[in-house]
Design a protein around this ligand. Structure first.
Ligand code: FES
Ligand code: FES
Length: 184
């Protein structure tokens, strides 16, 4: 067993884990974060995507011990503490960017990473950015529209925040942790 300390959706955890335990297994089986789903056993589908220190990773291809010291965001940490949807969640809702919803958590987290680097992506850039996330239902058109809408909303919010705080750094695109407390 190896001791690992990791922050997930704003909550700090410290657990003994098998060195071979995959991050997706840790999230689902140990922490109950079942919004992170497993869609393949070949690291191809992207449905298990989470953010690790703001960057999207396929959690089925990361060992839990590799997340030592990291801040992980799952789909369950996207909404604000008061339940307000994250702009990417709102955009997926508004643009009808899902059908069965299986790909949606990973798709949204992958999109967060894409928008962090490119807040105003073209159709082609969105398609390239989410190419590691497969959707068997939607044909991607509405997903592309949702990602672009979320980018516009996040840019507008960042501009508003910057204006309000007059000179302070703009708000991060990744949501603030909901809560921080020791556990396990
Ligand atoms: S479960 Fe398919 S890429 Fe991770
Ligand atoms: S909405 Fe069904 S897999 Fe994407």
């Amino acid at each position: 067993m190896t001791r690992v300390s990791v922050t997930v959706d704003g909550v700090a955890y410290s657990d003994d884990v098998e060195p071979r335990l995959l991050l997706v297994q840790y999230l689902r089986e140990r922490l109950g974060k079942i919004g992170t789903v497993i869609g393949c056993d070949t690291s191809n589908c992207g449905s298990c995507t989470v953010l690790m220190d703001g960057k999207s990773v396929k959690s089925c291809s990361v060992l839990t011990v590799q997340a030592e010291g990291a801040a992980v965001t799952t789909v369950e940490g996207l909404a604000a503490a008061d339940g307000t949807l994250h702009p990417i969640q709102q955009a997926f809702h508004d643009k009808h960017a899902l059908q069965c919803g299986f790909c949606t958590p990973g798709m949204m987290l992958g999109a967060c990473d894409l928008l962090r680097e490119n807040p105003n992506p073209s159709d082609e850039e969105v398609r390239e950015g989410i190419e590691g996330n497969l959707c068997r239902c939607t044909g991607y058109q509405n997903i592309v529209a949702a990602v672009q809408a979320a980018g516009a909303a996040m840019s507008a919010q960042t501009a508003t925040d910057a204006q309000a705080s007059a000179g302070d750094p703009p708000a991060a695109l990744i949501p603030a942790p909901n809560a921080v407390e020791a556990s396990a």
